[in-house]
Design a protein around this ligand. Structure first.
Ligand code: GP9
Ligand code: MN
Length: 656
């Protein structure tokens, strides 16, 4: 009798038929089941505003092929077994992501896994996050696990018999054949992933993998398995392979720059500790440009409340935002860490676990109650991870607010401010409270009843809508100040108001119309670069307009000085706002101004192709006259990048 895999030849039984069939379709079966589970996961999450394009399925298929391809190299017995194991692992990943998402509106990432506290904060709520219908994900196991064990055992028995009967038959599967099928499956998978992603990222999802502001938005393009692959790649690229190690010459470079800069963190000695133990409220307004302050439209003040506040505050009218791709999160970072943002992506997402001398953390160490307030998904910009590291005792996010005034992206700023103040007033003092407004977010279209200005002739345009939403935020700030006064907090609080970044409206015509003047290139650069900064001190001291150039990095060292906290050993790159001399404001694109000249780099990055403006004439001059400022800008950005990416603060602390 002729030996076969099943011993000597004998008639086909039902069992053998089933086995033969399973052996042929196991990988197909695996692919179909996981595809179905991923689709179920996506349907169950039902993330709002996510695209559902047919190519999503191709990406999912590609990812599954890549994950399962290696099993084609195995013998059939092991392949069926390993495919089952893979099914178990992938199902557990999908299920964990599902539960995690229900709580954090985010997916599990490598940094999350490394910060076990994050996952453990699910704590008691975990039971409520698991739904009965989740059983759907596991139902196939009931049949497949026993079946694969059965197949594995039967095949093993058959293989033994075969080995006894004809030991040489064992290697009948050519290694080549198997290698080729693995390679072909991998190539096929890679193509199925790459083509739709390439298509998406060059059209509707442009910049998503560079700017990566929100994991669900990446998931929208890559699918769940693709997202995890990308996340591992992103983490490895940023943190492994020596990229994160601080070299000796780099440390030297950082130390030299910091030592030279250190005196500029300090303000006048008389101001040191002048407002010790005051509360601090920092209000970061969305897309709030400086040109609206003091400006009227059709005879109405756009920001009447801030105009009034400016009169009794320090108003910095040449204050620059220093943000980049990380937008709101960059403003948050530059203000609190007094470091520059990164050229690509957000520090919040890329290096949330590195060490920084963070303002809230330093205040917490002095006994402050620290809180962050933002009525949006806690996972946006990875805030819920980052805020733990920044030293906040509590982070009040969307789920903690009563949605009693839905407006724009989320809760209207009016209600957001009211509920936030209510919460901070209940806690201990002194407090540090950081609020991130949202109503004036792009595209600025408020419902008719919330539009109170006559913005003719800009009605119905984005510019007109922008003015309306700024006016709304101004009114909300006015109410907040009233509330703080009524609660007796105003006189005990340093109140800081600034805009996070520009409004992304790049047309000059509406501005020219509103301001009734021609808008030069420099005017436009300034208007897109400048946001207002108002600081109201508890006793209303120092009120006036300050036309020294300043930027977001300058806020933390200034506040610390007033609060009597020594910054001489801190790694901060801002300049105290109370100093008039030696000022240089650097933006992420390499722009730099000392108040006398303004260097604007060219897109190609070559110094000589940039433009040097002279402020007193507002005209371009020989670019060489901006050389020292441009060089220093470059140096600062380099030093800041090293501090962040190499985790230099941690390393330098350890080597002390
Ligand atoms: C949402 C908000 C987004 O949390 O911070 O603002 P953006 O970064 O898009 O300006
Ligand atoms: Mn923003």
């Amino acid at each position: 009798m002729k030996p076969t895999m099943y011993g000597t030849e004998r008639p086909m039984t039902a069992n053998r038929l089933l086995l033969q069939l399973l052996r042929r379709v196991d990988i197909l079966f695996f692919v179909m089941i996981i595809m179905w589970k991923l689709a179920w996961f996506n349907r169950t999450l039902a993330i709002p505003n996510m695209s559902t394009v047919p190519s999503d399925r191709l990406v999912a298929l590609g990812a599954i092929l890549i994950v399962g391809a290696w099993t084609l190299w195995l013998s059939q017995r092991w392949r069926t077994f390993m495919l089952m194991l893979l099914n178990i692992v992938l199902t557990l990943i999908i299920f964990s992501d599902l539960v995690y998402y229900r709580y954090f509106q985010d997916f599990i990432t490598v940094p999350v896994l490394l910060q076990a506290t994050q996952v453990s904060s699910l704590g008691d709520s975990i039971a409520s996050l698991i739904h009965v219908t989740d059983i759907t994900l596991f139902i196939d196991w009931l049949v497949l696990i026993p079946l694969s064990i059965y197949v594995f055992r039967t095949e093993r028995r058959a293989a033994r018999q075969l080995h006894l009967a004809a030991p040489t038959v064992r290697n009948s599967h050519s290694r080549w054949k198997r290698t080729i099928s693995v390679a072909a499956t991998l190539a096929c998978g890679a193509f199925l992933i790459a083509a739709p992603i390439q298509q998406a990222t060059s059209t509707w999802a442009k910049g998503i993998l560079v700017g990566n502001w929100w994991n669900p938005a990446i998931y929208n393009v890559t699918g769940l398995l693709g997202f995890h692959g990308y996340d591992i790649y992103r983490y490895a690229q940023d943190n492994l392979f020596g990229g994160a190690t601080l070299a000796v010459d780099e440390e030297q470079q950082i130390r030299e720059w910091l030592d030279k800069h250190r005196p500029q963190l300090q303000g006048p000695p008389a101001a040191f500790g002048k407002y010790k133990d005051s509360n601090v409220i920092v209000l970061q307004a969305e897309a709030f440009e400086n040109f609206v302050i003091g400006q009227k439209v059709n005879g109405q003040e756009i920001t009447p409340n801030l105009n009034a506040l400016a009169k009794e505050s320090m108003y910095f009218n040449r204050f620059f935002h220093q943000t980049a791709q990380g937008r709101t999160s960059d403003a948050d970072f530059t203000v609190h860490a007094s470091l520059h943002p990164l050229p690509t992506g957000s520090v919040f997402i890329r290096y949330p676990d590195h060490a920084y001398d963070m303002l809230p953390l330093l205040l917490k160490q002095q006994g402050y109650a620290t809180g962050a307030y933002h009525a949006y998904d806690a996972s946006f910009w990875n805030r819920y991870i980052m805020y733990g590291n920044m030293g906040y005792d509590q982070f009040m996010s969307k789920n903690d607010y009563k949605m009693d005034e839905p407006l724009g992206w989320s809760l209207g700023d009016r209600s957001f401010f009211r509920q936030s103040v209510e919460r901070m007033a209940q806690g201990n003092q002194p407090f540090y409270s950081y609020l991130v407004g949202l109503t004036s977010h792009h595209p600025y279209n408020l419902p008719q009843e919330a539009q109170k200005l006559n913005v003719a002739p800009h009605d119905g345009t984005m510019f007109g809508d922008y003015l309306q939403s700024i006016h709304y935020v101004d009114a909300a700030v006015g109410e907040m100040i009233k509330d703080l006064k009524q609660r007796g907090l105003w006189d005990k609080t340093i109140f800081v108001f600034y805009g996070d970044h520009d409004n992304s409206i790049l047309e000059t015509e509406p501005l020219a119309q509103l301001l009734q003047k021609d808008i030069s290139k420099l005017d436009m650069i300034e208007m897109k670069g400048q946001v207002p900064l108002l600081i109201h001190l508890p006793d209303g001291a120092n009120a006036g307009t300050y036309d020294r150039v300043s930027g977001q990095l300058d806020i933390a060292p200034t506040l610390l000085h007033w609060l009597g906290i020594d910054t001489s050993d801190k790694t901060m790159m801002g300049t105290n706002l109370l100093n008039d001399d030696n000022r240089l404001v650097v933006q992420r694109n390499g722009s730099a101004t000392d108040g006398k000249v303004f260097y604007v780099p060219s897109a190609d990055g070559l110094f000589e192709n940039g433009t040097c403006y002279k402020y007193d004439t507002r005209q371009p001059i020989a670019v060489a006259q901006c050389k020292p400022q441009a060089d220093e800008a470059k140096r600062r950005l380099q030093v800041s990048d090293l501090i962040i990416t190499r985790n230099a603060i941690q390393t330098m602390r350890e080597s002390k």
